[in-house]
Write a protein that binds this ligand. Sequence first.
Ligand SMILES: *[C@@H]1O[C@H](CO)[C@@H](O)[C@H](O)[C@H]1NC(C)=O
Ligand SMILES: *[C@@H]1O[C@H](CO)[C@@H](O)[C@H](O)[C@H]1NC(C)=O
Ligand SMILES: *[C@@H]1O[C@H](CO)[C@@H](O)[C@H](O)[C@H]1NC(C)=O
Length: 207
Amino acid sequence: MNLCQILLTVVAVILTQNSKTNDFNYNYTDPNYGHELGRHRIYYRVDWGGKPPKLGTKLLEHPVSLVIISHTLTLPCLSNVTCSSILRTIQTKHFAKPFLSADIGYNFLIGRDGGIYVGRGWDVRNFHRKISIGISFIGNFNFDEVNEEMIEAAEALIGQGLELRKISENYALVGENQTDPKMVISPGVNVYKVIRTWPRFYPKTMF
Ligand SMILES: *[C@@H]1O[C@H](CO)[C@@H](O)[C@H](O)[C@H]1NC(C)=O
Ligand SMILES: *[C@@H]1O[C@H](CO)[C@@H](O)[C@H](O)[C@H]1NC(C)=O
Ligand SMILES: *[C@@H]1O[C@H](CO)[C@@H](O)[C@H](O)[C@H]1NC(C)=O
């Protein structure tokens, strides 16, 4: 085989793998997950006005034993209207990234309103690591402070993941900078100082 044939084979293999998930229900509006979690509202793709994912997202196998916390490095948002707008901007940005372009990168995002915004949801791999759930706080937490609503929303979400058996009981939780040496700025000092006190926080790096 010459180089061109090898490349074509590689492309064909990638396309075949991706096509496996084409029939997945990307609306993420499974009524079993609901629109409320305690006093937190859950906004699905249809609610925040997200575009359907492109080819290339893959299904997760459960339960997942790693939860990765990041921040979005955007402005913070106080209502579903502004949060939705930020999510749409992030999705457009992530679509434009080579290799990460399938969808908004995170499984879930959390706004200052305590709202939970569903990105890839429980069942699709994020752009961090193959087998993990990625939760991102909306804002820049090198400056912004995390509020009670956000903390509670993240805890409630992880609790739901455990209940649904999407997350394994002995999961480890880390900041994004513990999974990738290039991600020094995420999840930001003010998120980090909160998550490091959580019971399943894993204090070491994973690279
Ligand atoms: C998404 O939801 C709409 C409205 O309920 C439905 O018509 C459509 O078939 C759904 N798409 C998928 C991929 O399930
Ligand atoms: C925001 O939430 C309110 C009430 O929950 C709803 O009426 C409105 O449609 C939502 N807006 C967006 C952009 O999701
Ligand atoms: C991750 O970020 C926090 C906050 O900036 C910092 O204290 C911690 O040392 C960082 N960890 C790594 C592995 O870079």
